[in-house]
Design a protein around this ligand. Structure first.
Ligand SMILES: [Zn+2]
Length: 308
């Protein structure tokens, strides 16, 4: 048995006592599928071990969007040994994408971004099965792809697509990690079955948002992408505690991070009981209400961390 979650340094232990140490079983059985040493350094994390590694190797994660955020997500899911990635992203690579989309090769400008990303990942992680889907999220194949996934990561850039992914995940009981950013701000929301969903937290978007015009600093996209990947790995690998039921807000301008609790809306059109099946009209709902919009989100508890 090993203890986890205690700070080894006495000063850190005083400043950040954290949750009580948990007793976790030692995992020593060497599974045949983890014969490689590639994952040794993560399997030595207390509470992770070969059991989590085996779960990851058997997991399917769908990543919606392989831009600045989703590219970082896919990179670290593949690096951690997730067995199968489904990447969904329509559209071709353009030069302004290159300040943040690190999976893209500049000599492939004008080619589909999702194929570009998949080829880079395959070169680095040949054991990972990667399906690249150059289609929009409203393609009729997408619900079936989401139903195959153990976890979905939403790294799209607009509310209509986010609402669609949210609805499909809720209906298929597939855990969802929502990642978003704007300039130096980032948001993260984990939605497991029964937890407040994206529509509970943001019932309506903001039609004033101008799609694809928001500013992006690549390092911020990468930061929230890494955080989203970590949450997806926790869920798929069954280790640690995902950040469900909270809206994580991070502003790297002054390095401020908060995580207010979210509330479930009993009348939510996606996860509630009152209007089930009536969630298809996302309209022109935008993005500002979610990333850096004024006044906070209706489904977030008052207190530190409400987005402003
Ligand atoms: Zn909901």
């Amino acid at each position: 048995m090993v203890r986890a979650r205690s700070h080894p340094h006495p000063l850190l232990r005083t400043m950040c006592p954290g949750p009580p140490a948990r007793i976790l079983p030692v995992q020593t059985a060497p599974p045949g599928s983890e014969a490689t040493h590639r994952y040794d350094r993560q399997m030595s994390i207390p509470g992770f071990g070969v059991v989590a590694q085996r779960r990851l190797s058997q997991a399917t994660v769908l990543v919606a969007g392989v831009g600045g955020v989703g590219g970082a997500v896919a990179t670290y899911l593949a690096a951690a040994g997730v067995g199968r990635l489904i990447l969904v992203h329509p559209g071709d690579l353009e030069e302004p994408d290159l300040n943040r989309q690190t999976l893209m090769r500049p000599e492939r400008l004008g080619e589909p971004r999702v194929f570009n990303a998949a080829d880079t990942l395959r070169a680095h992680h040949p054991a990972v099965e990667i399906a690249a889907v150059d289609r929009a999220l409203d393609d009729p194949t997408v619900p079936g792809l989401i139903a195959q996934a153990d976890v979905v990561v939403d790294a799209r850039h607009n509310f209509p697509e986010r609402y669609l992914i949210n609805r499909l995940c809720v209906r298929s009981a597939v855990p969802l990690v929502v990642a978003a950013m704007n300039a130096t701000e980032a948001y993260l929301l984990v939605v497991r079955p029964g937890e407040p969903c994206l529509r509970c937290v943001f019932p309506e978007g903001d039609p004033s948002w101008e799609p694809l015009a928001f500013p992006v600093l690549g390092s911020v996209a990468g930061t929230v992408g890494c955080m989203a990947a970590t949450e997806a790995l926790k869920i798929a690998g069954g280790f640690a505690e995902p950040a469900g039921g909270r809206l994580i807000h991070l502003d790297l301008w002054d390095v401020d991070m908060r995580g207010p609790r979210t509330r479930r809306d009993p009348l939510c059109p996606d996860c509630g009981h009152g209007n089930a099946g009536n969630a298809g009209n996302a309209g022109n709902a935008g993005y500002v209400g979610y990333v850096g919009g004024a006044g906070g989100a209706p489904g977030v508890d008052e207190g530190p961390g409400s987005p402003t």
